[in-house]
Design a protein around this ligand. Structure first.
Ligand code: DCP
Ligand code: MG
Length: 355
């Protein structure tokens, strides 16, 4: 199945927070990065200040020349960090496949959340809403089928943007894209490319993979793919879930082993489906129950190998259930989980991630 990737990036992050917290700064050119007398650089500039040509990483003194009437604000990193944590928590409330790339920016793989009546762009809109409600801050979202295109689209309609790159518009977009906007093309490479007559995606597209390898070495294959909108790199969440579990609460307490085991079999299948969706397997299997009077019991087994297959999970759960279940005590809930998870490794998936 084709993936659905989001890239979300806060708008003028530090500056927007300063404008939020100090109404006098609203609509004004705000430069976060210290006083004009300091030797520091600009961390970020509000959109109003960017009109004067002020941008991140510019020496504050230079910013002061360009925008003498700007509002110069010292950074408050603890506040930015707290906002960042709120934003990341919102991302993780949607999916565990979150790869933060900066304080204010992350990739999300939402493939598994998309349904016919719930397109990725709708999910992006919900996330934007949640962020606005939780922080009073706007962000820009990019929606596409890989990380490269998602990142590209999030930058296309800042601020407060929501942009989708799909198969229908990708080609035109890439052909007219300035060469410097391709990932991995820094200022030095950009100059070199321009001298070579490569100014945009179209020029890149015309070159064969071999020609690109000859010109740009190991970056060649990647550039060849970018020109075609291809990017196989995966969203790498740094947090791997500790366990995946499913449970069912019965409408009427149950005491029939056969009936309960049939449910455990279904739960094993559901856990297995989820494990395979995330390419995970685990070696700690747990069956838990809640007895009719809410007394919770559980039993766990650590295997000497990892499993993810539904039948394997069920077989272990069968043994756990039989030794756990008290025949005199009906239960109101049963749950199955697989823990100590590890991602299955795909060697060929990481080679594209060198840029
Ligand atoms: N930042 C910094 N120094 C830089 C670049 C960024 O301190 N050279 C900080 C300040 C930014 C934050 O990181 O607010 C996020 O960086 P972005 O590149 O996403 O820039 P902004 O969020 O400020 O603006 P944009 O709306 O273009 O994303
Ligand atoms: Mg940003």
């Amino acid at each position: 199945m084709e993936r659905r990737i989001l890239h979300i990036d806060m708008d003028a992050f530090y500056a927007q927070i300063e404008q939020r917290d100090n109404p006098r700064l609203k609509g004004k050119p705000v430069i976060v990065g210290g006083k004009s007398s300091s030797r520091g650089v600009v961390a970020t500039a509000s959109y109003e200040a960017r009109k004067f040509g002020v941008h991140s990483a510019m020496p504050v003194n230079r910013a002061h020349q360009l925008c003498p009437d700007g509002y110069y604000v010292r950074p408050r990193f603890d506040v930015y960090r707290a906002e960042s944590e709120k934003i990341m928590a919102i991302f993780r409330s949607y999916t565990e496949h979150v790869q933060p790339v900066a304080f204010d920016e992350a990739y999300l793989d939402i493939t598994h959340l998309v349904r016919r009546d719930m397109p990725a762009s709708q999910i992006a809109a919900f996330i934007k809403r949640d962020i606005l409600e939780a922080t009073c801050l706007t962000c820009s979202a990019g929606v596409s089928y890989n990380k490269f295109l998602a990142k590209l689209s999030s930058g296309m309609n800042k601020p407060d943007g929501l942009t989708v790159i799909h198969h229908g518009n990708v080609h035109d977009l890439l052909m007219s894209l300035p060469i410097g906007a391709f990932p991995g093309v820094g200022q030095v490479t950009e100059e070199k490319m321009k001298q070579d007559g490569i100014h945009n995606g179209q020029d890149l597209f015309k070159l064969s993979e071999n020609e690109l390898i000859k010109k740009f070495g190991k970056r060649g294959p990647r550039l060849y793919q970018y020109a075609r909108g291809i990017d196989h790199s995966v969203v790498k969440s740094e947090r791997i879930r500790k366990s995946i579990g499913k449970e069912t609460t019965f409408e009427v307490d149950k005491n029939d082993d056969e009936e309960i085991l049939a449910i455990i079999r279904q739960l094993s299948q559901q856990v297995s489906d989820k494990l395979s969706r995330y390419d995970l397997s685990g070696d700690v299997i747990t069956v838990k129950m809640k007895e009719f009077d809410f007394r919770a019991t559980s039993k766990q087994l650590k295997l000497p190998y990892r499993i993810s297959d539904a039948t394997d999970i069920y077989n272990v759960c069968y043994d756990l259930y039989t030794s756990l279940k008290n025949p005199d005590r009906p239960i109101r809930l049963v749950g199955v989980s697989v823990g100590n998870l590890e991602e299955r490794q795909f060697m060929n998936m990481t080679i594209y991630d060198f840029i």
